[in-house]
Design a protein around this ligand. Sequence first.
Ligand code: G3H
Ligand code: 13P
Ligand code: ZN
Length: 330
Amino acid sequence: MVSYKELGLVNSRELFKKAITGKYAIPAFNFNNMEQMQAIVQACVEENSPVILQVSSGARKYANQTILRYMAQGAVEYAKELGRNIPIVLHLDHGDTFELCKSCIEFGFSSVMIDGSHHSYNENIELTAKVVEYAHKYDVTVEGELGVLAGIEDDVKAEHHTYTQPEEVEDFVKKTGVDSLAISIGTSHGANKFKPEQCTRNADGILVPPPLRFDILKEVEKRISGFPIVLHGSSSVPQDLVKIINVNGGKLKDAIGIPEEQLREAAKSAVCKINIDSDGRLAMTAAIRETFNLHPEWFDPRQYLGPAREGLKTLYRHKLVNVLGSAGKA
Ligand code: G3H
Ligand code: 13P
Ligand code: ZN
């Protein structure tokens, strides 16, 4: 058993408290390789932002849990070396079993998500409460989820949103003891969050998706005032990146995300953690495809992973400053 405290990591409790009062959200960026980790740390150090380094169970399988653990420890040391001891949380994204959450806690994670949203309400409560009971012994914070996002989460695919029912949140939070709650208000995972027929066109011909259900968010906030809320599926799918991918041989069709102004609005409320993964994937892929196209003779991975890391860093800095509002808050 290794405690996250020995690795220099922090749990999310204090960060969320400050984020709610300060009307901003903490970035939760997914990572599974070195370049992503470096880009996240560089961006957060340069913008003086706290950060949640997020690992899905797929990422854990891909990169190996021991390696990820040392990478997170490396991230803490790297941030210091770059000149700022920013708060870093190592968080399990979409944990689906008690055993997985327990194993992550034993490997040095400071925060876990137990996603029981695909179970019945009572089973979700039972599973979440069990994880909370174990995690709190080690001062590890726990995120639960109520409501189901449309799209793909690891191996689970949902065709439609099941919006969070505000009448359930108070009971769920009380019975489980969770530290934060992910809710479903119209965001979804991946780069194809809406079908074009669900969108309208603005004066410039750009597709505008239906707005997030701020009415549900407000109702949730009313019932559990001051409680930390989490938004998953919050990539905006920047159209300039989609274009770079497609003019350089990519084939992304109908890629539509959540408008950044809506996420900025949400970050000013009790939403204090915003999950972004797909936008990072787009930034890396755009840089790599462009580099391959411009320099077909290059074959040293550093020649294309270097620009990919730069592209990621630019994207993350933009999110911290213009979307989450977490810049300057470390
Ligand atoms: O919520 C899903 C995250 O984007 C992680 O995706 O399971 O493919 O690593 P992944
Ligand atoms: P995106 O696919 O919108 O980036 O969402 C990521 C996420 O919610 C990770 O848990
Ligand atoms: Zn998610």
